[in-house]
Design a protein around this ligand. Structure first.
Ligand SMILES: Nc1ncnc2c1ncn2[C@@H]1O[C@H](COP(=O)(O)OP(=O)(O)O)[C@@H](O)[C@H]1O
Ligand SMILES: CC(=O)OP(=O)(O)O
Ligand SMILES: [Mg+2]
Length: 369
């Protein structure tokens, strides 16, 4: 069947994550992907040029931004929007500057080609007040700016879509917990097709322990090290984003492969770090489940979920209180690991690129239709 001109458009998607830049070229139903590791601004600029050299010019481009503020959906990027998004960089220092750079580079290389920004935060814009608001003074929160935004929304949106397909159920009838486990880690509760709670908050530092990010730490501890003069504010920001999590606890890069290798060699810190990582993930899964009236399925997605079934198995082994059964999610591709009594367990590849494409085509289609 011939595709209509909008869906047949070649779309380049660019996804700067905290440990990689992922690019994909969607040409009708064909997809070609490339990943560049250890993203930094200059490497990302080179990656964009290499992607364009390899694939040629697309009809439009979609760029993932983790922070979109209150934007409920994708927007076409122009200089003014990019300046606004750049102002959010301090709230997502591992991602936002890279996305802004990548968008500027691609706009420079492809003048006249629409470049669309799609936001992790959009999926969470309907969070109920109980989940979105911090218990801070009204004067701080009344403008609705200092609140919980949530991230990994493109991944959650795709996980919901795939879970509905794999389980043969309507999206809006599913009650899901989605555990996105990559370099960044978050857990989201989905009910009625929408996010109703999520572990990341004002920034992508809150919640579970991550590859190099601390996740949640008692704010009293942070006040203490600041007041004691042990660190400056910029140093503390650096430590919490880049020198904590699995990396900080072990002295490795924080890549789970390195941590598992160290544990296999009997390294005590690696064993303890993985125990903390798994414990904190289970705690977030339990917390997310409390926003649901029943739990139909837990969906594991992101690089760790895709490549390390043993770690998913370790997490599941301690989730019996939710009715989840221990399982080792072997196999590959999107799959239902277990069904039967208790919630189902799914592993889904994080295809943020498909949501980026969808978001871009919806906008470009509207503009050209
Ligand atoms: N075989 C593997 N290939 C790629 N990543 C892996 C593999 N095994 C484990 N991982 C983990 O997946 C993480 C990357 O996940 P990913 O979702 O791609 O991250 P991000 O989008 O944040 O860059 C790495 O930090 C690594 O710990
Ligand atoms: C929001 C976030 O942490 O993204 P990533 O896992 O891609 O680094
Ligand atoms: Mg990612």
């Amino acid at each position: 069947m011939a595709l209509d001109p909008v869906s047949a458009m070649r779309v380049l998607t660019l996804n700067p994550g905290s440990s990689s830049l992922k690019a994909a070229l969607h040409d009708g139903d064909l997809v070609d992907t490339r990943t560049w590791q250890a993203a930094d601004a200059r490497a990302d600029e080179r990656a964009v040029s290499e992607a364009l050299a390899e694939w040629g010019p697309p009809g439009c481009v979609a760029v993932r931004f983790v922070h979109g503020g209150s934007r409920p959906g994708p927007v076409v990027l122009d200089d003014a929007v990019l300046r606004e998004l750049e102002r959010l960089s301090p709230l997502a220092p591992l991602h936002q500057p890279l996305s802004v750079d990548v968008a500027r580079v691609v706009r420079g290389l492809l003048p006249g080609t629409p470049v669309v920004g799609c936001f992790d935060t959009s999926f969470h814009t309907g969070l109920p007040a109980a989940a979105a608001r911090y218990p801070l003074p009204r004067a701080w929160t009344s403008q609705n700016r200092l609140r919980r935004y949530g991230f990994h929304g493109l991944s959650c949106r795709h996980a919901l879509r795939r879970a509905a397909e794999l389980l043969g159920r309507a999206e809006d009838e599913l009650r899901l917990v989605v555990a996105h486990i990559g370099a960044g880690v978050s857990v989201t509760a989905i009910r009625g097709g929408a996010s109703v709670d999520t572990s990341m908050g004002f920034t992508a530092l809150e919640g579970a322990a991550m590859a190099t990010r601390s996740g949640s730490v008692d704010p009293g501890l942070l006040l203490h090290v600041l007041e004691a003069g042990e660190v400056t504010v910029p140093r503390l920001a650096h430590v919490l984003h880049r020198e904590s999590g699995l990396a900080g606890m072990t002295g490795t890069s924080g890549d789970l492969r390195d941590v598992l290798a160290a544990r296999d060699q009997g390294d005590h810190d690696a064993r303890e770090a993985l125990a903390v990582y798994v414990h904190r993930l289970r705690r977030e899964i339990g917390a997310a489940a409390m926003s649901l009236d029943r739990l139909d399925a837990v969906v594991f997605t992101g690089g760790v979920a895709e490549h390390q079934p043993g770690v998913v198995g370790e997490i599941l082994a301690g989730c019996g209180v939710l009715g989840l059964r221990a399982a080792l999610p072997g196999g590959s591709g999107d799959r239902v690991v277990r069904t039967g009594d208790g919630p189902a367990v799914l592993v889904v590849t994080a295809r943020e690129d498909l949501e980026l494409r969808r978001g871009a085509l919806a906008l470009v289609g509207v503009r050209s239709g």
